[in-house]
Every structure is written in structure tokens, then in C-alpha cells.
Design a protein. Structure first.
Length: 322
């Protein structure tokens, strides 16, 4: 056992000495090559980032691309420069596949194309619905948050950036806090008025009401122009409080319409099961999904149910706005 241990130690010393000597001889020749490769990689990576930034800036000139970019930045947690292009490709592929299948099973080209386009737009409509719910929540949270920001603005000697930092510390986790975090980071790192306006544009888009637009203008004026915005903030807080009371009364009057919006989601499957039971097991399913007329009626009804659900969700909590 002792002999084996001595042999292992001996070999380890020999190998270590060999590797150390080899590295002392080779590294002076290898290190310049490795450093040059690293330098080239960083150079090409920097050029690639500049190229991607240039392409992205060019795409932002198109209103549709900028709209989708703002939409994903507001609703999608894993946004990057390729998200918008990927979404457009997926949407077109979904619409094309839906059109092809509907044409094959219904033999009605124009109707199939129209319905296929609507199916392709479903991901966008879902994102819009999520955006609306985010805007609805943030519009109500904006009322006490703006009051708190006014207090922080006064406490920080009318410094918007430090007032926002103090404000974020006291906000609960949510969409509005994330919007203020993105805005604060952009304020800290902006290099031009255009970059500042773009960050404020995202903040306004995430809330999209009159007061968010007014706050966006005030932030730009305070940060870029150095204006004092205390009086304007007081006026905004007063308007918010007044309108919020009016909306509370309006929400209580929409309860019947909201219930009717959710009703088709229950009535449609129950009606289908009732017909299935009356006609015999499998017959209603056959005529519903294996005939052109049944398939078309199912698609139209399902689409109507989705639209009814969206309407009910929109009425359930209207945005806090003028």
C-alpha cells in the first residue's frame, strides 16, 4: 500500500514538472496568438452589435414594427431584438396553415382565407388583451403612485431621478413598478433626447391614459429642460382622484353586461352536449366536425365566444382615464 502511494506521488511530481516545463516553453508563443484571437472576437462582436443596432433602428421607422416592439416590451418577459421578427413569421405561418386546412375541409376559399387570417391574429389579440389588463391595473395604481411620487419629488429637492429611485423602493412588485424601473434605468443611461423620448414612450404605452401621457411630457421637460413640475403634478393628482370616483360608479352599472359576456362560454358547450345526447352518441360530433357546414359553424361560434369573453374582460375593469 505504501509502495503504491509513493508511486502515485512520484508520478504526480514528474507529470507536474513536465507540464510546467512544457507550459514555460510553449506559452510565450501561444499567448500572443490567443490574445489576438480574443481581440478579433471582441472586435467582430462589437461590429455585430453595431450592425444589429443599426438594423433595429431602421426597423423602428416602420410604425407596425415599433408598435409590436412596444407591445412585446410591455407584455413579454423575454424580449430581445429578434422577438418581433419571430412573432411576425409565426403569425404568417399560423395563418397560412389555417387557410390551407380550412380550404381543404370546407371547399370555401374566400371564407377559409378570411377565417385563417383571423386565426393567425389570435396571438396578437391575446397580447392585446393582456396589455389591456395590464393597462387597466396600472391606470388604477397610478393614482396613489403619482401622489407618492409628488411627495418623493419634494423630498428630493425636485430631482426626478432620485425621486423615482425612492418611489421604486416603496412600490409592490407588479407591472407599474417594472414600468418605473425601466424608465429609471433609461433616464440614468440615456445619451440623447431621442433615447429619453423612446423610454418615456414605452412608459406611456404600458399605461396609455391621459395622465401617463402628461407624466411622460413632464418627465422629459424636467430631465432634459430642467423644468420644475411640482404644480403640474398637483393638478394631475387632483384630476385622477376626481375621475376615479366617477369610474367606480360606472363599474357597478356594467355588471349585467359582464355576466352576459361570460354566458356564451357556458351555454355553448352545454348546448353542444345536449344536442349530442338527443341525437345519439357520436352523431352530433360527426356532423359538427366532419362536414363543411358544421365545421364552419363551430369556428364562427368559437370565435364569437372568444370575442364575447374579451368584451366581458374589458368591461370588467375599465381603464382609469378621462
Amino acid at each position: 500500500m505504501l509502495r503504491l502511494a509513493m508511486e502515485i506521488i512520484y508520478k504526480s511530481i514528474i507529470y507536474s514538472a513536465f507540464l510546467l516545463g512544457f507550459s514555460r516553453l510553449v506559452l510565450p508563443y501561444l499567448l500572443p496568438v490567443i490574445n489576438e484571437q480574443i481581440k478579433n472576437y471582441r472586435h467582430y462582436a462589437r461590429l455585430r452589435r453595431l450592425k444589429v443596432k443599426e438594423i433595429t433602428e431602421g426597423r423602428r421607422r416602420y410604425p407596425l414594427y415599433r408598435h409590436l416592439e412596444l407591445l412585446f416590451q410591455s407584455t413579454f418577459p423575454w424580449f430581445n431584438d429578434s422577438t418581433v421578427v419571430s412573432f411576425i413569421v409565426i403569425t404568417l405561418a399560423l395563418a397560412a396553415v389555417s387557410c390551407s386546412l380550412l380550404v381543404r375541409f370546407t371547399s370555401k376559399p374566400w371564407f377559409s382565407v378570411l377565417l385563417g387570417i383571423l386565426i393567425g391574429l389570435i396571438p396578437y389579440l391575446l397580447l392585446r388583451m393582456r396589455l389591456y389588463l395590464i393597462r387597466s391595473d396600472t391606470s388604477y395604481e397610478l393614482v396613489p403612485t403619482t401622489s407618492l411620487f409628488l411627495a418623493k419629488y419634494r423630498a428630493n429637492s425636485r430631482d426626478v431621478y432620485h425621486a423615482l429611485l425612492d418611489l421604486i423602493k416603496e412600490l409592490d412588485s407588479g407591472s407599474l413598478k417594472l414600468a418605473f424601473i425601466k424608465l429609471t434605468n433609461a433616464i440614468q443611461s440615456h445619451r440623447s433626447k431621442e433615447e429619453l423620448e423612446r423610454s418615456v414612450e414605452l412608459f406611456v404605452f404600458q399605461i396609455q391614459n391621459t395622465w401617463a401621457k402628461q407624466l411622460g411630457i413632464l418627465f422629459i421637460n424636467a430631465i432634459w429642460e430642467g423644468m420644475i413640475i411640482e404644480k403640474s403634478l398637483i393638478n394631475i393628482v387632483q384630476d385622477m382622484t376626481r375621475v376615479q370616483q366617477i369610474l367606480q360608479e360606472e363599474r357597478s352599472n356594467n355588471n349585467d353586461a359582464i355576466l352576459l359576456g361570460f354566458f356564451p362560454l357556458i351555454a355553448f358547450p352545454l348546448t353542444w352536449l345536449f344536442v349530442e345526447k338527443l341525437s345519439g352518441f357520436g352523431k352530433a360530433f360527426h356532423y359538427q366536425f366532419n362536414t363543411p357546414t358544421g365545421l364552419i359553424s363551430f369556428a364562427v361560434t368559437a370565435l364569437a365566444c372568444v370575442l364575447s369573453l374579451i368584451t366581458a374582460l374589458l368591461l370588467r375593469k375599465p381603464k382609469n382615464d378621462l
